[in-house]
Design a protein around this ligand. Structure first.
Ligand SMILES: *[C@@H]1O[C@H](CO)[C@@H](O)[C@H](O)[C@H]1NC(C)=O
Ligand SMILES: *[C@@H]1O[C@H](CO)[C@@H](O)[C@H](O)[C@H]1NC(C)=O
Length: 319
């Protein structure tokens, strides 16, 4: 009797579920942020821009962990820097949420880009690759127009790709390094936003990648931190300017995340493990932990989020 009583409710639920044409909802498992990922890292020895395939173990970009819920069904997204790291995590998350994705990367990152494409297509979505260097003004405009042509329009643009190289002392800071940082992190987002705005319909979403160092500062990343502060200000002003067009403009501010960006900056296995052990969180973010903020900002239901900077940087006292 008791056993029958226990089983009666689930069976009835299943029958009702079948009758109504939907599945019985499943519980989401609680995720403990402290222990979700290990807190020690092995960085590959590589320069700029680096490859995801050089990592062992690899960063988690959601390849086998991100579960979509149809939140971006029918959307058409352009992402810069979508081959690896956070850009790949955003591409995979968007595809699993139902968006078609065009993404950009440098030609030397083609093998990583191929992997991202395979995950987008496995999610049943269209993928388009547009390699090229974002420091090139005409390429940025070209990129936006080619993405819109391939996807049949654009309603999400994520200007994500960035560059940083650590320099401990301004007396040694080269003009070339400073310029590469500014061209990639400031000029390219401007070029992309300028080309995209006329194409974006009301309800679309423009998202930039800022950083926790925009406000907190970083002694070894003075130019990089300044470019991210510019993006925060740019986001807030452009949100005001484009609200009358129905375009929402926001940014995500990640903190330390396990990607090729660390080796580009000049970090090594020793330096990163030493630095991370002193942070309040005690570990870095994995790229897949940053992607949900981009999904939130892209989703139409988030209709009053504009001019916002979403934090995704652990308990560091940042955004
Ligand atoms: C800049 O981009 C344009 C448009 O994609 C391309 O035709 C041109 O060759 C690029 N210039 C350089 C220096 O790569
Ligand atoms: C600046 O560069 C010189 C020459 O490479 C080096 O000896 C010096 O230690 C550097 N200064 C700082 C503060 O990093």
């Amino acid at each position: 009797m008791l056993a029958f009583g226990r089983f009666a409710v689930p069976l009835v639920t299943i029958f009702i579920g079948i009758a109504l044409g939907h599945q019985t909802p499943q519980h989401e498992t609680l995720i403990d942020p402290r222990t979700r990922y290990p807190a020690s890292y092995t960085l590959p020895v590589q320069g700029f821009p680096g490859l995801q395939s050089n990592w062992n173990p690899r960063p988690d970009c959601g390849e086998h962990s991100y579960v979509g819920h149809g939140r971006l069904r029918g959307r058409r997204a352009l992402i810069t820097g979508g081959d690896s790291g956070m850009g790949r995590a955003i591409a995979i998350a968007f595809a699993r949420e139902g968006a078609d994705v065009a993404f950009n990367y440098l030609a030397v990152e083609e093998s990583d880009a191929r992997e991202t494409v395979s995950f987008i297509r496995a999610a049943g979505q269209k993928a388009f690759t547009i390699p090229g260097d974002l420091r090139n003004e005409s390429f940025c405009a070209d990129l936006v127009h080619r993405a819109a042509a391939s996807l049949g329009g654009l309603d999400i643009v994520v200007s994500h790709a960035g560059y940083a190289f650590e320099q401990a002392y301004i007396g040694n800071h080269s003009t070339e390094s400073f310029e590469q940082t500014l061209r990639t992190n400031v000029y390219a987002p401007f070029f992309i936003a300028r080309a995209a705005a006329p194409l974006l319909p009301p309800g679309s979403s423009l998202i930039f990648t800022a950083s926790d160092v925009a406000i907190g500062g970083n002694a070894r990343l003075v130019d990089y931190a300044a470019t991210k502060a510019m993006l925060v200000s740019f986001t807030r002003s452009l949100a005001l300017q484009l609200w009358p067009f129905g375009i929402r403009v926001n940014a995500v501010a990640p903190g330390g995340t396990l990607t090729n960006f660390l080796t580009t900056q000049g970090e090594t296995t020793e330096s990163i493990n030493g630095a991370v052990s002193m942070t309040p969180a005690g570990r870095l973010a994995q790229p897949v932990e940053v992607a949900p903020a981009y999904v939130d900002l892209a989703e139409g239901i988030n209709s009053f989020a504009s001019g916002s900077v979403y934090g995704a940087n652990g308990p560091t006292g940042g955004f």
